[in-house]
Ligand binder design. Structure first.
Ligand code: FE
Length: 133
């Protein structure tokens, strides 16, 4: 896995304010505000920070939560999971394995076949649409 390492000021330069707040400061965009909540286009969702491929559109589903949700990453090495103790109930944070950017959280109430709900921030993602679609 290729590692992308930038300084804080380099990330600030590269990212929009919203992207920086989520990817580098583990912020959360308000529900139903992100650009990918209702998107059903075919393609691959990449990290908005470093471009690493993270999720396929055919694993995206409507979770009703207001954030783009997937039941599986594109491969097991694309994301890293970290225990997040910032709220009373511990959660599992999902980061881009390539640049360490915060993407969102994963929960165990997703659909089959995995039962996982990768609850992502739209502004941490960038959809590369299939050329054919
Ligand atoms: Fe990344």
């Amino acid at each position: 896995m290729q590692k992308v390492e930038l300084t804080d000021s380099e990330w600030k330069e590269k990212l929009s304010q919203d992207e920086y707040d989520v990817l580098r400061k583990a912020g959360t965009e308000p529900p139903f505000t992100g650009k990918y909540v209702h998107v059903k286009d075919n393609g691959v969702y990449a990290c908005a920070g470093c471009g690493a491929e993270l999720f396929r559109s055919d694993t995206k589903y409507d979770s009703g939560t207001g954030w783009p949700s997937f039941w599986e990453p594109i491969n097991a090495d694309a994301v890293e999971l970290h225990r997040d103790w910032s709220m009373l109930v511990p959660r599992t944070e999902v980061r881009c394995a390539s640049c360490g950017g915060h993407l969102g959280h994963v929960f165990g109430d997703g659909p089959q076949p995995t039962g996982q709900r990768y609850c992502m921030n739209s502004c941490a993602l960038s959809l590369n649409k299939d050329a054919a679609s």
